[in-house]
Design a protein around this ligand. Structure first.
Ligand SMILES: NC(=O)C1=CN([C@@H]2O[C@H](COP(=O)(O)OP(=O)(O)OC[C@H]3O[C@@H](n4cnc5c(N)ncnc54)[C@H](OP(=O)(O)O)[C@@H]3O)[C@@H](O)[C@H]2O)C=CC1
Ligand SMILES: CCCCCCCCCCCCCCCC(=O)[C@@H](N)CO
Length: 325
């Protein structure tokens, strides 16, 4: 006769199995694989940092790559770099994402897109009280409105292309860990990145019937020319709090992003802290993977506890910082 203790021990894996089966049945949208070989991948901000690393990674996997940015000279240099690294001649598109006409024209020039990566972004950290409102508006315009302009311009072509080829298309949006949690010195930047999540969650429901799949990427601090610029003027507390998640290389972020995009992951974390953050902030976001869903369901309470611990640490740091002054 088995002891009640043994029976209880058997019950745990059984419960997990039932939960997993339920999640496999429930998880939506359904899982998908998005090929990029021989497909048109357009990457904004593709002349520098994460965007350039993404362009190289996509080109090396056989994608036809277009890169879009403002500065024509830097775009040409990036094109040379991509050619040297992969042998692929990327198409170069000059446009400011803040200008909807310029964006529409660039997309006309490039032809229909299979994978749109809205990666362009600007970040000027500063306490709200000290920050010029023009600077805050600049971040909202480039990071948020720019993404609206890109999607508006690309969507009709993406829809018909997905219909004609029968292949799933993708819209990937570059957020930041500062788009999952507020960080001292990032009032405007965080606002622009959090806003992208509302856009992405709603958009996914609108485009799913057209076989278009939305992804969001959430990198920590990443070594790029943009970060080097930012670090010159970043408040000390911003650096400390952002340092809670380790810095990454642009190539590693690009690899995570591309792998996640090809699997149709809605939320793409880039490092271990990012995975914890994704579980802690899962909310009501779409989830294709039953395995990740299981971690989210089981981890919710505990990750909230860890999150409270992080806030304790950050508020203590802020308090000590003020006490020193
Ligand atoms: N580096 C980091 O620590 C992190 C970055 N991110 C996000 O990743 C993305 C890329 O960052 P990163 O590689 O560091 O940035 P970089 O500053 O190195 O590169 C930014 C790219 O965006 C382009 N760009 C900027 N403004 C516009 C505009 N108005 N219209 C069109 N293109 C524009 C730039 O080209 P040009 O100036 O010629 O227009 C450049 O190609 C951003 O969205 C950023 O918020 C997220 C988390 C961490
Ligand atoms: C519950 C578990 C928590 C896990 C750890 C959480 C750590 C959060 C750190 C936030 C870092 C924000 C970096 C923003 C980088 C960025 O976007 C700028 N460099 C501008 O480009």
């Amino acid at each position: 006769m088995a002891s009640p203790f043994l029976l209880l021990l058997l019950l745990i894996p059984l419960c997990l199995l039932v939960l997993f089966l339920a999640l496999s049945f429930l998880a939506r949208p359904k899982s998908v694989r998005i090929p990029i070989k021989n497909r048109h991948v357009l990457i904004t901000g593709g002349s520098s940092g994460i965007g350039l690393a993404l362009a190289k990674a996509a080109a090396s996997q056989g994608a036809h790559v277009s890169i879009l940015a403002r500065n024509a000279k830097r775009l040409e240099e990036a094109r040379e770099e991509i050619k040297l690294a992969t042998g692929h001649m990327a198409r170069v598109l000059v446009a400011d994402v803040r200008d909807p006409q310029a964006v529409a024209q660039a997309l006309e020039e490039s032809g229909p897109v299979d994978v749109l990566v809205c990666n362009q972004g600007v970040f000027v950290p500063m306490e709200l009280e000290k920050q010029d409102l023009e600077e805050a508006k600049f971040m909202i315009d480039v990071n948020l409105m720019g993404t609206f302009h890109l999607i508006k311009a690309a969507l009709p072509g993406m829809k018909s292309r997905a219909r004609e080829t029968g292949l799933p298309a993708s819209i990937a949006i570059m957020s930041s860990q500062a788009g999952q949690v507020g960080v001292y010195g990032y009032t405007a930047y965080s606002a622009s990145k959090f806003a992208l999540r509302g856009l992405a969650e709603s958009l996914q429901q609108e485009v799913i019937a057209h076989n278009i799949h939305v992804s969001m990427i959430f990198p920590p601090d990443t070594a790029t020319p943009g970060l080097a610029e930012e670090q010159k003027k970043r408040p000390e507390l911003t650096t400390i709090i952002a340092g809670s998640s380790g810095e990454m290389k642009a190539e590693d972020v690009a690899k995570k992003a591309l792998d996640g995009l090809k699997e149709g992951q809605f939320i793409i974390p880039c490092n271990f802290d990012g995975t914890m953050l994704a579980i802690a902030t899962a909310g009501l976001s779409p989830q294709r993977s039953a395995v990740t869903a299981l971690f989210e369901v089981l981890g919710a309470g505990f990750m909230r506890f860890v999150g409270i611990g992080f806030q304790w640490n950050w508020y203590s740091t802020i308090q000590n910082w003020h006490a020193k002054r």
